[in-house]
Design a protein around this ligand. Structure first.
Ligand code: ZN
Length: 170
């Protein structure tokens, strides 16, 4: 497994719409495992493929980071995720490995039902709420070329403008 370089704010790949994965082959499996290693190494929680420069619908979540249930801390690998249902609202602080050092309160849906496929091309359904729901929505956003700062008010964004400019020109 390899550690992949994480693309930083300003890199155009972060604004690209990721493409559907039509076949889960060896290259996709390797990418998913490399991404898991990368997110652990970076002490992050989730990572989407375009954050490592690959425009494909795939994200990983290192659940050991926050799970309290011992049998529920296996990594999540979701291919071609679709948000099927969502309810409610929650607001809390969010950050992103592609926008280092920047945190802000983001309001998102509280409960979600996300469908996708796993590395065996089996359909998976994740019904969850609270923190994991926030993580899933953040990663699905990435695959649509969206970043958490896009959810902020224009005033909040203006306050971050200097910091963001610095990141995008480094
Ligand atoms: Zn992110």
């Amino acid at each position: 497994m390899a550690i992949l370089p994480i693309r930083i704010y300003g890199d155009p790949v972060l604004r690209k719409q990721a493409k559907e994965i039509t076949r889960v082959d060896e290259s996709i499996r390797k990418l998913a495992l490399d991404m898991l290693k990368t997110v652990k190494e970076a002490k992050g929680i989730g990572l989407s493929a375009n954050q490592v420069g690959v425009e494909k619908k795939l994200f990983v979540v290192d659940r050991s980071f926050f799970s309290t249930a011992p049998n529920d801390d296996s990594p999540l690998i979701v291919i071609n995720p679709v948000l099927v249902e969502s309810h409610g609202e929650q607001t809390s602080e969010e950050g992103c490995l592609s926008i280092p050092g920047t945190y802000a309160d983001v309001t998102r849906q509280l409960e979600v039902l996300v469908k996708g496929i796993d590395l065996d091309e089996k359909e998976i359904q994740i019904e969850t709420k609270g923190f994991l729901s926030r993580v899933l929505l953040h990663e699905i956003d990435h695959l649509n070329g969206l970043l958490f700062i896009d959810h902020l008010s224009s005033i909040r964004r203006r306050l971050l403008a200097k910091k963001l400019k610095k990141l995008s020109t480094r």
